[in-house]
Design a protein around this ligand. Sequence first.
Ligand SMILES: Cc1cc2nc3c(=O)[nH]c(=O)nc-3n(C[C@H](O)[C@H](O)[C@H](O)COP(=O)(O)O)c2cc1C
Length: 364
Amino acid sequence: MDRLATTFTGLNFVNPFILASAPPTESKRKILRAFEAGWGGVVTKTIGLHPVENVAGPKTIYQRASDIKPYVSRMKRKDTVSHSSWNWELISDQPLDIWLPDLEEIKTTYPDRIVIASIMAGAGNNEEMENWRKLASACIDVGCDAIELNMSCPHMDRKDMGANIANDEEIIRSILKAVTGVVSVPIWVKLTPSTAKLVDAAGAAYESGASSISLCNTFPSLPLMDPETMKFEVEVDGLVTSGGLGGLAILHQALQRVSDISKAFPDRAISGIGGIRGFREAFNFIVHGAGNLQVCTAAMEEKGSGGVGVDLIKELKHDLNDYLERKEYSSIEEIRGLARERIVEHSKVRRKSGNYNGGYSLAS
Ligand SMILES: Cc1cc2nc3c(=O)[nH]c(=O)nc-3n(C[C@H](O)[C@H](O)[C@H](O)COP(=O)(O)O)c2cc1C
């Protein structure tokens, strides 16, 4: 029995683990290597039409934690464990016309793997809506299986792009309307965790034709400053800006957001992202309702595999299969969402005296 196979948003995955939109999926070479290693799919590094130039310094740092001071730092020290990635990398700097033949070749070489094109444009006028349409149609014409709309990039100055639009239900609806008007494949929408209106944003996306919400992108955050040198651990000419935190440090926060969406829309699909390093993290996303799992930082950190997680995917597949077999589950669908009803309001959790009513004054 093939316990790892899943159908998610109508697409057949050989296993539920896919590489998230990021450096592991930034080129044909890396994606082919990832598929050779066994990943079930990839979301490409986000493709856009506007020119991109990254900062003149490192784009990503890996922060590690240890018992010894300093506790969390990118500094190389003995006996540390991974804590997080921090990045301020923009979307792909490879133009669409280079991407298209590459995507076609990837799909022809690995027809059984799922290729989701991540795309991003602006909002608020017809020209930008046309950019979304153009990107989506071009990627689907060369064989991509689905589209992921990037509404969550945390480092855009433009107010009509990335995470800046994820609070605006009207914009979310208008982009989905534009894209669903030209392609008829599943549309995934990647949202930012950095909004108090996440459930409303997800609702607007589902209502407007999104097949799934991908969650989370990185959390807006700052790198640390070294008290001795007064330098940030990553900076250019002494300056830094808000970037994105990924990896283990965001796991619990990502799970909470997945749970919020899963409780609000129990019948809708969610692709879980944020801090997956092994089976246990993946398991947690599944029981909160995710039917697909995306991985970025842990793959990037793996040494010797060109940053695509060659050993990681083997381990993830092995450990998930082993668990499903031992527990006699036929697929992840049998455990998906199992934790949903056990996440309740604070006052619903038993008190010793039975007296607490949620902080409201007791009726006299
Ligand atoms: C260096 C870097 C670049 C990224 N670029 C993109 C991107 O272009 N588009 C996107 O949707 N997400 C991007 N992400 C976010 C990841 O896809 C993912 O959502 C995030 O890192 C959380 O997953 P993780 O904890 O497994 O790293 C990037 C992340 C990193 C670390």
